[in-house]
Design a protein around this ligand. Sequence first.
Ligand code: 5SP
Ligand code: FE2
Length: 225
Amino acid sequence: MIKLAPSILAADFNILGEQIKILEESGVQYLHVDVMDGNFVPNISFGPPLISSIRKNSKLVFDVHLMVEEPIRLLNSFKESGADIITVHPEACSDLIKTINTIKEMGLKAAVSLNPETDLNKLDQVLKDLDMVLIMSVNPGFGGQKFMPESLQKIRDLKEKISKAGLAIDIEVDGGINHDNVMDVIRAGANVIVSGTTVFYGDIKTNVNKFEEIFNRFKNEVDHE
Ligand SMILES: O=C(CO)[C@@H](O)[C@H](O)COP(=O)(O)O
Ligand SMILES: [Fe+2]
């Protein structure tokens, strides 16, 4: 099952609630929530108060991508605000094992996100405890960047690593994904697709439907193999 995770970084914050309603009516299940601290990445987005506010009116799975230094300090506050999945960057954690264990002990799903230049071996110490791995296909910090095609091989290698370890872990990909390149990303092995600009710019329902059509085309391909 392939899932779309629209990134609200590209939403119109003036009408954020209305746009989330449209996503729900379009059949979306995940909401990707990019938290940036102006330190780990050179941009600031939003934090727990905004998440608590949208949580009140949404049943979507909140997939919270923490681009912050030492996220362990803030985990409780993101849990309280309504996160379902918390993703952290090993590049920002002095103790990744403890950070992942804390997320799991809170009863939340845990994920690790790798920057484009970070090797897959950074996952080794925690892979068995993860629900998801997020491959960044741009350098984190901003929406609207160009997809880095070299991420495709990284996705294939990750899929192989997960399967060799006998695990079942979601593979999420984030950055620069659009209707033209998403099929390559899925074929490489991803099953959770983040998209900001391509979902929110223009008509949201049409943009989501186009992604769903491509996901269905992929399912048909696999069924006929
Ligand atoms: O985490 C990030 C960027 O750091 C992403 O989630 C972006 O928000 C995705 O936006 P597009 O590249 O799809 O516009
Ligand atoms: Fe993200």
